[in-house]
Design a binder for this molecule. Structure first.
Ligand SMILES: Cc1cc2nc3c(=O)[nH]c(=O)nc-3n(C[C@H](O)[C@H](O)[C@H](O)COP(=O)(O)OP(=O)(O)OC[C@H]3O[C@@H](n4cnc5c(N)ncnc54)[C@H](O)[C@@H]3O)c2cc1C
Length: 403
């Protein structure tokens, strides 16, 4: 490979550029249309690096926890990366049954334990006493504050020889027959034999201009951070996710709490156009307001949610795929055109691992991991409407632990 150009400077593109360079690609450029890396969905990420079902996803998450710890260590600065674990507390009898079953299924893939009520309250001392029946516990889950992490990656990329071009938007590729030979940008053409589309919410529309199908649909998500608590929330508090309270999730952030949730339905206002998704700064505030109300209604379980006032909001456009799997690999119709997209709201968790696999593919033509489920082009033939319905179903499926 003579030159690789990565399009999109979110956490996924930044990790791809880093891994390509470290895998020995001499010329790597990272193009970002905004004036800073991570200015779009990455800046809204809640920073939970946790585990789920899936053998490949476990490999990716294990890789991420090691990667982020190493970045923090090498930075010689506290980026807020903490292995403080993640709890899924059970509130009702039915919830306990469902979460115990989930724990059993998940323990096939990663280290998951069931904690009794006393141990749960000991682990998460902000819980009101006597309210939870126990919890699924992921001891190896990690907090990664995405803004501090992307700032560190932005510092590191030029230092390892990646050319970072801010304010530079890709508009398509140059091709010779069925092979990529360059990228067209707002600053002119850049010759390249490898192009990586890591454009997040814009990956679908960017790929479509070059005849490549990427079945990744952006849906808006948001979260907020409270003011710091007079008695600061410990930065060792485990992350928590309340399945029985609309998947409200929270973790410590700067002495207060970062809080979000998963909607029960996806309103029109959370479905931007596939052709031209908006800047995340222009997303509507309704979802954040709903999360703030939901948080207050959870004060019976976590009293601080009733006490701490929201201070800042952030949102983004994670992209969902109809089958819930990422999109990773070379486009079948265009040699040299690679895609890393369809984050399914776990882009912070999986970016380093996806980038590692991408770099292997680009430099060796193969990878030891079975990524057949992530095949580019597998949703070709679905209409935009079918794609959007499939993506919404994936989004909402996170509520269904009752199986
Ligand atoms: C509220 C919320 C909570 C979340 N919580 C978590 C979590 O706890 N854990 C987790 O793992 N994930 C979480 N996520 C998801 C995570 O933030 C995303 O998966 C991740 O940030 C996606 O990164 P990205 O690089 O694909 O997208 P982005 O950060 O959007 O990056 C894509 C970049 O491409 C640029 N771009 C687009 N088109 C072009 C072009 N033509 N030329 C040049 N540049 C272009 C854009 O400007 C953008 O900066 C959350 C997301 C939100 C919104």
């Amino acid at each position: 490979v003579t030159k690789a150009v990565v399009v999109g400077g979110g956490v996924i593109g930044a990790c791809c550029a880093l891994h390509l360079r470290e895998a020995g690609v001499a010329n790597v450029a990272l193009l970002e249309s905004a004036e800073a890396l991570g200015a779009q969905t990455t800046s809204g990420g809640a920073g939970f690096v946790g585990y789920g079902e899936g053998a490949l996803e476990t490999v990716l998450t294990d890789y991420a926890t090691a990667f982020y710890s190493q970045i923090q260590e090498e930075a010689g600065a506290d980026l807020g990366v903490r292995q403080c674990g993640q709890l899924f507390p059970a509130i009702s009898e039915a919830g306990e049954g469902a979460l115990r079953r989930l724990c059993q299924r998940h323990s096939e893939f990663y280290e998951a334990h069931w904690l009794g009520p006393v141990e749960t309250e000991e682990a998460a001392q902000i819980l009101a006493p006597g309210k939870v029946r126990g919890a699924l516990w992921q001891p190896r889950a990690q907090v990664v504050p995405t803004v501090r992490m992307i700032q560190e990656l932005a510092r590191r990329l030029p230092a390892i020889g990646v050319e970072v071009r801010l304010g530079c938007a890709a508009t398509g590729v140059q091709r010779s027959a069925d092979r990529v030979v360059g990228v067209l940008t707002s600053d002119g053409a850049i010759p390249a034999d490898v192009v990586v589309n890591a454009a997040g919410a814009w990956a679908h529309s960017l790929a479509a201009r070059d005849g490549v199908s990427v079945g990744a649909v952006p849906l808006a998500e948001s979260r907020f951070v409270t003011e710091p608590s007079p008695q600061p929330v410990s930065d060792r508090l485990p992350m928590m996710l309340l399945f029985e309270r609309d998947l409200l999730y929270l973790r410590p952030e700067l002495g207060g709490l970062l809080v979000g949730a998963v909607e029960r339905s996806v309103p029109e206002s959370s479905r931007p156009s596939l052709e031209s998704p908006p800047d995340v700064g222009d997303l509507p505030a309704e979802a954040a307001e709903a999360h703030e109300r939901l948080a207050r209604s959870c004060a019976d379980l976590i009293p601080r949610l009733g006490e701490l006032r929201p201070k800042t909001r952030a949102g983004g456009l994670p992209t969902f795929t109809p089958d819930g799997r990422h999109v990773l690999g070379e486009a079948p119709e265009l040699a040299g055109y690679y895609v890393v997209a369809g984050c399914n709201e776990s882009g912070v968790t999986h970016a380093p691992g996806l980038a590692r696999v991408l770099a292997e593919l680009v430099t060796t033509g193969t990878t030891k991991d079975d990524i057949s489920a992530y095949r580019v082009g597998r949703h070709e033939g679905l209409s935009d409407r079918e794609l959007s319905e499939g993506a919404t179903a994936t989004y909402l499926a996170r509520h269904s632990i009752w199986r």
